[in-house]
Every structure is written in C-alpha cells, then in structure tokens.
Design a protein around this ligand. Structure first.
Ligand code: AMP
Length: 438
C-alpha cells in the first residue's frame, strides 16, 4: 500500500513526505482505512510499530478538512497515554505530522507545574495529549471543557490499567460526548482491556498485528503449586498422561536444562534440549527430533525459545516460573497456535508466589490452580536431590533392581541392605497416578 491510497489531505501527505517514510507499516495499513471510515478501533500492537501515526494521521486528516471549512474551534481530540514520556513523544509526533496545518497540540502530564499547561490550554488547543491523573485534576478544577471532543485515543490501554488509571479513565470518558470516534491501542489484550473496549467503544473493528499477545482464548492455563524439590516428579506424573504428546518445557538456565534433561532421560522419557551452549547443529537436531515426534519433550531456555515456531506443541510447561510477565506470554504463545487449543502448565513453588501475583495482575486474570490427587506434595526433600546431583542416575531402575534383589533374598535375613534410592522408590509409588489422575 502507498500513503496516497489512504485518501489523506495534501497537508498530511506533505508532512509524511517530509519525515521520509517510504511506505506504511503493517499496523498503519490495517488500521488507517478503518479509522478513515469512522469506525471505532481496537488495535493490538506494540510500541515501535508505527501506531502513533496510525491514529494521528486520520485525526489530522479530519481536522484539515475542518480547518478549510473554518469549522475547527476549541478542543476536538483527546489522546490518553500512561506516562509523561509517552504523552510528550506523542505530542511531538502529532505536531510534526501536523506541521502544515494550523493545529495546536497541548501535552498535559504530571511532574511539572500546572500553570504552563493551563496557559497552553487557554491559547486554544485542538488536540490534548494527556496522562489521566493530571487531566483529571484539571477537569476537577474546571480548567478544561471536553464537550467538543469527538476523537478519543486510548494509547497503551493495558499499561494504563496496570498503573491503576481505570477510575480516572472512567471519569474522563464520562465527560465526553457520546457521539465520537474512539480508538484504543494496546500491546496485550487481557480481559480488563476487553471490558474497557466493550464499555467505551461502539461496534469496534479489531486490528491485530501478529499474534494476540494474550493467548487466553486458545490456551488453557493452569498453575500447580508445588515445592521446588518436587517439580521433577510432578513433571513425570504429567508426562504420563496421554494428552502430553509434544511438550515444551521452559527452564531458567542452561545448567537447569542439562539437569532436567538428564533426570527425564534417566526416567525413560524421550527428551531433547535447546540452550545457548549447544552448537547450531545440535540445536537444529534437537528441534527436528521434537518436530517429527521422535522425542516427547523439548527442554529449552527462554533465549533459545525466542522466535521459535513449532507447530503442534500440545503443552508448554513453565518448569521454572518466568520472572517477566512478557516471557510468560511469549512462552505460552508457543502452544495453541493457529487457533488450535493448547495447554500451559506452570509450576509455582512457594518462593515464586509473588511472581505469580505479578503475572496475574499483568494478564488481568487469576489462573486456575490444579492438583494431582494422588501426588504427595509433602514428600520430604531427598538427601540427594536427583535434580541437584550430577550425573543423574536412573533411580527408578535402581529402585526396581534393589526391590528385585530384596525379593530374591531369603526371607529369614533380618535386614536387607537397602540402598538409599529405596526411599525415592516408595515416594514415587505414593506419587504415582494413572493417566488423567487429577
Ligand atoms: P510508534 O510505534 O508510533 O512509537 O512509532 C515507532 C517509530 O516508527 C517512530 O520513530 C516513527 O517515527 C516511525 N514510523 C512511523 N511510521 C513509519 C513508517 N511508515 N515508516 C517508517 N517509520 C515509521
């Protein structure tokens, strides 16, 4: 698509020519025609995709016609953004795109003296770019009149909600005319954003660049609260369930990936690993074996998982809970692709419960807690934790051998020499559940 196909007024096209862009970005190509038709819009796009222009150009186009007809008086558009930095950046972009128009843009944000901002409003701003808190202060002091606003932009809506701006946004929007065009931009699409859209937008069109960042619709997410030393046994229990066919397991560090891979191999699980200390050939081979079903499990670190596109991953397991919510979103996006159903399972030991809380705030929902009924969540830590020891020994096999040896010994012998792994064997038996045993 070319810029002149949007139907923009000459003043806008000249400004675009001046900044030197060659062609519209994907978000601009997708969103601008809908915005130009007057639709409300929900756009899921990250910063850096050219989204500011996607809402600024249609707005300036509309104002350009108004200026020509002498109809633009007072405040016409309100752009809400979460931070002062973003508000300033947007205001600057809008000014530069509107350089051939007599448009006045005011930035209203906290952290500076109110009076300069009030002065710029008094001069008669046509567009206000504001953070919700300061804008509300000015509204409460009756320093502003929003009755002429017919174009509202909620930028980075998810961040505004994260920062607790919902009540402010509600108050502000309640003072706007009902007849208006509203454009909402968000990097993720949690339920709160969806609910905001339902209340404030009218029959919005959805524009989504790339994958929806919150794959809640196609991924069934669950949390297992489990002590750290039982994460390995719990994973083995899950892997026994038939639906765990192609399982991508995320760990924090490559040493952890090596240990877990060894542990799973020793337990008879077909597994490959992917981390940055492996050669390119090894990585490709591991991926290939996972893709063609030769192995059931791929253990990977976050770095290696970036950009990986594997179809048919039935489960993502967060063996180590991700520190950043973004990593969580990214990880679980590896399953449930192309509208297929996927499952994401996260192990959360007590020390990671705070991270879980942060994540739930970020995605705007509480994840369901699950337990495997017959699993012994109180099993004590083993003196030699198989996941801490190197090299990993096949303790199941050794347990079986020890038991067989004991059974073969004459009953009269008072005390068979029980090898230490026998305790693990008992624990494993206690923890064993059949497929689907939740
Ligand atoms: P934004 O996502 O609005 O923060 O924009 C990110 C960067 O992309 C800004 O530096 C814009 O100047 C730039 N930009 C916006 N539209 C285009 C375009 N069509 N071609 C190239 N760069 C663009």
């Amino acid at each position: 698509m070319r810029f002149d196909q949007f139907g923009f007024e000459q003043e806008i096209l000249r400004a675009i020519g001046k900044v030197g862009y060659e062609k519209p970005t994907p978000v601009q190509t997708a969103a601008i025609p809908k915005a130009m038709q007057g639709h409300d819009l929900i756009t899921i796009a990250q910063t850096g995709t050219g989204k500011t222009a996607a809402f600024a150009w249609p707005l300036l186009h509309r104002l350009a016609g108004g200026f020509r007809a002498g109809k633009v008086r007072g405040l016409r558009a309100l752009i809400l953004a979460p931070t002062r930095e973003l508000a300033l950046q947007i205001a600057e972009s809008v000014r530069s795109y509107g350089r051939h128009l007599p448009v006045r843009v005011a930035a209203i944000h906290g952290g500076v003296d109110e009076f300069a901002q009030i002065r710029s409003l008094r001069k008669g701003a046509h567009i206000v770019v504001a953070t919700p808190g300061r804008l509300l202060d000015l509204l409460e002091n009756e320093r502003m009149d929003l009755r002429g606003v017919d174009y509202l932009v909620l930028d980075e809506a998810d961040r505004m909600l994260d920062m607790g701006f919902l009540p402010d946004i509600e108050t502000i929007v309640s003072q706007l005319p009902k007849r208006r065009q509203t454009l909402m931009f968000s990097a993720t699409f949690p339920r709160e954003v969806e609910s905001l859209a339902r209340r404030f937008l009218r029959e919005p069109k959805l524009v989504q660049i790339g994958r929806r960042s919150n794959p809640a619709e196609t991924v069934d997410q669950a949390v297992y609260e489990v002590p750290a030393h039982l994460k390995g046994p719990l994973l083995l229990e899950l892997l026994r369930m038939p639906r765990f066919r192609r399982v991508l397991v995320f760990v924090k560090m490559k040493e952890g990936a090596d240990r877990l891979t060894g542990f799973l191999e020793a337990a008879g699980v077909r597994v490959a690993k992917l981390h940055s200390s492996r050669s390119q050939d090894q990585r490709l081979a591991a991926l290939q074996r996972f893709k063609n079903g030769e192995v059931q499990v791929l253990v990977a670190t976050d770095i290696m998982a970036r950009g990986m596109d594997i179809e048919g991953v039935s489960q993502v397991v967060n063996y180590d809970f991700p520190v950043n919510p973004e990593d969580y979103i990214h990880r679980i996006g590896r399953t449930g692709r192309a509208e297929a159903r996927g499952e994401a399972v996260s192990f959360v030991p007590p020390e990671d419960l705070n991270l879980l809380g942060i994540l739930e705030l970020f995605i705007g929902e509480r994840l369901s807690r699950r337990r495997i009924q017959a699993f012994d969540y109180r099993a004590p830590k083993q003196p030699r934790d198989p996941l801490a020891a190197q090299p990993i020994r096949d303790w199941r096999k050794r347990t079986r051998e020890a038991e067989a040896k004991r059974a073969a010994q004459p009953a009269a012998k008072p005390k068979p020499a029980a090898p230490p792994p026998a305790r693990k064997g008992k624990q494993e038996n206690r923890n064993r559940t059949g497929p689907g045993g939740r």
